[in-house]
Ligand binder design. Sequence first.
Ligand SMILES: [Zn+2]
Length: 157
Amino acid sequence: MGAIKQQKPKQPTRNEKTTWATFTYFGRQTRSITRIFKDTHIKITFKINNTINKILTPKPPKLTSDQQYQQSGVYCLTWPVCSVKYIGQIRGSFRKRFQEHFHDFKYNVRKSNFATHLLDHNHSIDTINETMSVLQGAAENSDGFQVPLYWQPCGMT
Ligand SMILES: [Zn+2]
């Protein structure tokens, strides 16, 4: 009996052409996106779009620490030892919110995720200047709406 030679299905030629995807560089988040595409044929290239940024994002104002934490908006809490990050948004002042986190930590109130992390991992808590960075300061306009003023990446002060 003659063996029936099985014809292997023809493998489609793999398309090794590299596709380039362009992201506008905006820091850490972009690097994580790059990592996602690491094992693919999509290569990431960065484009620093300063012109657009200059038009869309007003520069963070030079504020004293006091003025800075009197704003409301989006904030980032970091604990440098394990570089844990929490992002939050508030309408009241940043300082008041930080005091709430601080209070939760001090009195073991497990309401704040950040305080809970510090408690669970036997961390201590640092000062507002070391811990809280303002990502987006906002001001209330005359109608009581929060108007975003600027934006900067988490972990930068
Ligand atoms: Zn930790």
